[in-house]
Write a protein that binds this ligand. Structure first.
Ligand code: ADP
Ligand code: ZN
Length: 291
């Protein structure tokens, strides 16, 4: 079977043809410019490759409510050229095959749950800490949607006592996780690129505190069996042990579980390199074919 997978990012689009077992047969990427230019390029690429379905994991916010007139569109986004841009429709019309649609983070969460670091669990949370912060939640084997898609990057956090940074979320300033802990927040707070701050322990103590606050809230609300932490900022290898330690400190011994007793295997790095979203898109496309 030939399944199309599309990871739609703000800078580039990654397109692939995969097998139903998520083996990548062919891939390419094209720069993200405007919908008028980029969408036809992508549609053409898949049209020439005879795919039986396409799974799309796209930057958000996007409309996922199938009963809404704008289902399959980007909605309000800081990438203004893409505001209200239809994504699903042009693919459906040109290819005439099932098109699955979800956020890039949800696709990544699904990929890691199906084939990566969270395989074997039914409940997991994937967190990406990069240009923004996103969380994809898998509950009983399914991606959580509900009213829209969870926006766990914007959960409220308490300021670290050592931190005087003003925050950078356009909606929540210094009150949300993304505003205080995304890559650009680190860089603005310290006036340097994040990868040039490796040797400053304060940077990573504060960063770990915020990420841990987010994880602890998710533990109490969702009780996941695994956390997978991806995104550019997590390439700082000193960060993960600090996050794990801070999570245990904040939990303060209240929940006692085998997973928390073995936290190095509870809060982990992704296992699918940079392919988790593409692989999740294959899963989504297969589910869409069954619908
Ligand atoms: P995106 O979120 O745009 O999909 P990334 O997850 O790679 O992409 O995030 C990019 C951000 O992550 C950069 O803006 C930078 O702040 C941060 N970042 C990228 N690489 C590193 C690194 N090696 N160490 C620390 N921070 C990094
Ligand atoms: Zn916010």
């Amino acid at each position: 079977m030939r399944i199309g997978a599309l990871e739609g990012g703000g800078t580039k689009m990654v397109l692939a043809v995969c097998t139903e077992t998520a083996e990548i047969l062919e891939r390419t990427s094209i720069p993200t410019t405007t919908p008028a230019e980029t969408i036809p390029q992508m549609v053409d690429w898949f049209a020439k490759r005879d795919v039986e379905a396409v799974g799309i994991g796209f930057f958000g916010p996007i409309q996922l409510d199938r009963s809404a007139p704008d289902y399959g569109n980007v909605t309000r986004t800081p990438k203004l050229a893409w505001t209200n841009a239809p994504v699903v429709k042009p693919f459906q019309e040109a290819l005439g095959v099932p098109i699955a649609f979800d956020t890039d983070v949800n696709a990544a969460a699904l990929g890691e749950a199906a084939f990566g670091a969270a395989r074997g669990t039914e409940n997991s949370v994937y967190i990406t800490i990069g240009t923004g912060i996103g969380m994809g939640v898998i509950s009983n084997g399914e991606v959580v949607h509900g009213m829209m898609h969870p926006e766990g990057g914007h959960i409220l956090i308490r300021r670290n006592p050592k931190d005087t940074y003003k925050g950078r979320c356009p909606f929540h300033g210094d009150r949300c996780l993304e505003g205080m802990a995304c890559g650009p927040a680190i860089e603005e707070r310290w006036g340097k690129k994040a990868y040039d701050l490796t040797d400053n322990p304060d940077v990573w103590e504060i960063e770990a505190d915020y990420i841990a606050q987010g994880i602890v809230d998710m533990i109490y609300i969702l009780s996941p069996e695994k956390f997978v932490l991806g995104g550019g900022v997590m390439h700082q290898e000193q960060l993960m042990p600090l996050v794990r330690a801070r999570v245990l400190e904040l939990l303060n011994g209240y929940p006692q579980t085998p997973q928390l007793a073995d936290i190095d295997h509870y809060i982990v790095r992704p296992e699918l390199n940079d392919n988790q979203a593409l692989i999740g898109c294959v899963q989504m496309a297969l589910s869409e074919m069954k619908r």
